[in-house]
Design a protein around this ligand. Structure first.
Ligand code: KIV
Length: 265
């Protein structure tokens, strides 16, 4: 039996009750496996750019690519809430861009909501999306789409004034209507203070243990990433397992061991 679908109100209601596990996925098979494992939230992150498409960062990812992969994830996820990341320059330029491009994610890929990066400056975009019926997951702290402005992938919120600004950002996004907020790349005490300052769940990545939930890039969890970030936890060494399987297959084909001579067609 399929469990009831996770929705934005259901995720929001977890605050203070249950911790939330979110993973990224980019295709049907991964989404199906996560859904079967009971993972409530799947993010089609623009980490797609690095994890799947071989780019150096998230900036080249296009809306068409996100739609293509989000639709595949949607087909694999019966119960999990599926969120599509809005790629660089698909929402920053104007509020109407944000509504039209997020709307395409809902209409064409069938996702349940979108994520966008940025604090107080994005409040008008969030408000317009929410007013048009599109659930929004916020994202503050280390913002991969601002890698050049930040001078690299740098931890944010290291000084008291930075933490105060992040708290203001979180409160502005809450007030604009986000149902949850990703906190990326910040000291755990900063994440704790933000988590305590708002009534929607925070979902941390590289932000310590005090958030209401956590998100991991699936390639890091599976041990597929060549140089994973320090905070990531590898639950299985799929890199080694896959290299071993590919090598064994090659050897079998070359030696004639596969297909077996008695194999029937
Ligand atoms: O693109 C992504 O995978 C993300 C997560 C790291 C939150 O934004």
């Amino acid at each position: 039996m399929v469990n009831p679908r996770w929705t934005a109100p259901r995720v929001r209601a977890q605050k203070g009750k249950h911790r939330i596990a979110m993973l990224t996925a980019y295709d049907f098979t991964m989404a199906r496996l996560m859904d079967e494992a009971g993972v409530p939230m799947i993010l089609v992150g623009d980490s797609l750019g690095m994890a799947v498409l071989g780019f150096e960062n998230t900036l080249p990812v296009t809306l068409e690519q996100m739609l293509h992969h989000s639709a595949a994830v949607r087909r694999g996820a019966a119960s999990a809430m599926v969120i599509a990341d809005l790629p660089f320059l698909t929402y920053q330029v104007s509020v109407s861009d944000a509504v039209l491009n997020a709307g395409r994610c809902i209409k064409e890929a069938g996702v349940d909501g979108v994520k966008l990066e940025g604090g107080e400056v994005r409040a008008p975009h969030v408000r317009a999306l929410v007013e048009n019926g599109i659930p929004v997951l916020g994202h503050i702290g280390l913002l991969p789409q601002s890698v050049h402005a930040m001078g690299g992938f740098r931890v944010q919120g290291k000084t008291e004034s930075d933490v105060e600004r992040l708290i203001r950002d979180a409160q502005a996004l809450e007030e604009a209507g986000v149902f949850a907020l990703v906190l990326e790349g910040m000291p755990s005490d900063a994440a704790r203070r933000i988590t305590e300052a708002i009534r929607v769940p925070t979902i941390g990545i590289g932000a310590g243990p005090h958030c209401d939930g956590q998100v991991l890039v699936v390639n890091d969890l599976l041990g597929l990433t060549e140089r994973p970030p320090k905070f990531a936890k590898k639950y299985v060494d799929m890199r080694a397992a896959m290299q071993q399987a590919f090598g064994a297959y090659k050897a079998d084909v070359e030696s004639g061991a596969f297909p077996a001579p008695e194999h029937e067609y």
